[in-house]
Design a protein around this ligand. Structure first.
Ligand SMILES: [Zn+2]
Length: 461
């Protein structure tokens, strides 16, 4: 199934603005310019990140020195330099461990900030550029201040130190997994990382998976992510596993010391909890409106992954909708992957699909592909919105920051849940220490809860 990677951006934009897809396509068919102070290495790095992110969403990004006459929708002006075009601008400046993004030029200092702060700032700057270029309706402050010192508090100095982990497992090599490794590559880090994913790269993934290109399409995500990320992370040994985490061999006792979660559905997240991980680092996106971060370390009296992603009426309605639209039972959809029997059934309804190709892929993946190519045979207009690249990367970068932070100390007192808007200043007071969900299928199961206690109270993770 070959689809244009831009189809998902078009669908998302048309749903956000309530316009038809041809109008959305026209808005995305725009140019954004990036102008930066070429004497400043960090401004250049910031520009590089912004270009990488913007080029996954907008048709053309002009970042070279050429005096193009092209009609530019927005110009991103980075550091001590002046605009080259007469279009509206977004300005990005540095301060000590801080990035400032604003609609008007401001006189700040140089980019004296940790490399991960540059990347984080670039994500927010890209959000501001897209908001202006695509006329997105998100309310936001005129000035964004991304203050790394405030975000990590007393741990700031430790971000500059080498971080070492013995072993970790990444479940899911999609958008969040890509963003996590890109974020992690901004640190000096060493360790052994298993990258688990049973899926192949699809055209639709390219719009938000930073490390994947057209040549990766149809190849295993786990292999391709390890291969592409390796050169950015020389200290991390990466081992691809072309299966789900729950199919990993030798899963006994304290095998899963650190789990990084980038799978794509709440149900898949809950299933991972039953593998009884020691420490969980998780990030997810809710369309383009929110990034959710979760962390816990066993044994804990607070929320686990299953508590945070507890089955909701929305999830049930979504699964029901997928089942109806694709033409299979709800029970089939809850198996997450398309069985041979389901593949045959789906292809009766959608004869353009090939059962051998769709068998084994995730229902949500197929559903998103059908949505973005407008092939879905359903009367209802409900859709799954794929986030823009910068939103997924923002989730991955926060995940990397919190991962590194927690490698350095015991950090048992830190928050376990944080909801972050990609469109406005990060709000520290929204960080929470979430309690257990009384109906949690993991914490509420005395056998599982006791097993977690037994495995991890003896093992320092
Ligand atoms: Zn729980």
């Amino acid at each position: 199934m070959k689809l244009n990677a831009n189809a998902e951006n078009t669908k998302t934009l048309s749903a956000i603005l309530g316009i038809d897809e041809s109008e959305a396509r026209a808005l995305l068919d725009a140019s954004v310019a990036i102008t930066f102070d070429r004497r400043d290495e960090r401004a250049a790095k910031f520009a590089w990140h912004a270009q990488l992110l913007l080029s996954r969403t907008i048709r053309s990004v002009i970042a070279d020195k050429s005096e193009s006459n092209e009609d530019v929708a927005v110009e991103l002006v980075i550091g001590n330099t002046v605009p080259r075009f007469s279009s509206p601008c977004i300005y990005a400046w540095g301060k000590k461990e801080m990035i400032v993004v604003a609609n008007a030029p401001i006189c700040a200092g140089s980019f004296d900030i940790h490399p991960v702060g540059l990347l984080l700032g670039a994500c927010y700057a890209v959000g501001a550029v897209l908001k202006k270029a695509l006329k997105l309706p998100y309310p936001s402050a005129d000035t964004l201040e991304i203050n790394l010192a405030e975000l990590v508090g007393d741990d700031l100095a430790e971000l500059y130190e080498p971080a070492i982990f013995d072993e970790a497992h990444l479940a899911g090599a999609g958008a969040i997994g890509n963003g996590f490794l890109y974020g992690l590559s901004q640190f000096q880090v060493q360790g052994r990382l298993h990258v688990c994913d049973d899926d192949a790269v699809s055209d639709g993934n390219l719009q938000r998976c930073l490390f994947f290109t057209q040549t990766d399409v149809d190849l295993p995500k786990a292999d391709r992510l390890c291969l592409a990320a390796r050169e950015h992370l020389p200290g991390v040994q990466m081992f691809p596993f072309k299966g789900r985490l729950q199919d990993f061999p030798n899963r006994k006792g304290s095998w899963l010391k650190r789990l990084i979660v980038g799978v794509d559905s709440p149900r898949a997240r809950r299933k991972l909890q039953t593998e009884i991980p020691g420490a969980v680092f998780d990030a997810s996106t809710t369309g383009v409106s929110e990034v959710v971060f979760h962390f816990h370390r066993q044994p804990t009296d607070h929320a686990c992954l299953s508590c945070v992603y507890h089955e909701s009426p929305e999830e049930h309605a979504h699964e029901k909708h997928v089942a109806d639209a694709i033409g299979v039972s709800l029970d089939e959809v809850r198996q997450e992957r398309i069985s041979d029997a389901a593949a045959a059934l789906i292809c009766k309804r959608y004869p353009q699909l090939n059962p051998a190709i769709i068998a084994g892929t995730a229902f949500d993946t197929l559903f998103k592909q059908l949505c973005s190519s407008a092939q879905l045979k359903t009367s209802e207009g409900r859709q799954v919105l794929a986030p823009f690249a910068f939103v997924s990367v923002l989730g991955g970068v926060y995940l990397a920051i919190e991962f590194i932070r927690r490698l350095h100390g015991s950090r048992a007192d830190l928050f376990n849940e944080w909801r972050i808007s990609p469109w406005s200043n990060p709000v520290i007071r929204r960080r929470r220490k979430l309690g257990r969900n009384p109906d949690c299928e993991f914490c509420g199961d005395s056998v599982l809860a006791r097993a977690a206690e037994t495995i991890w109270s003896k093992t320092k993770s």
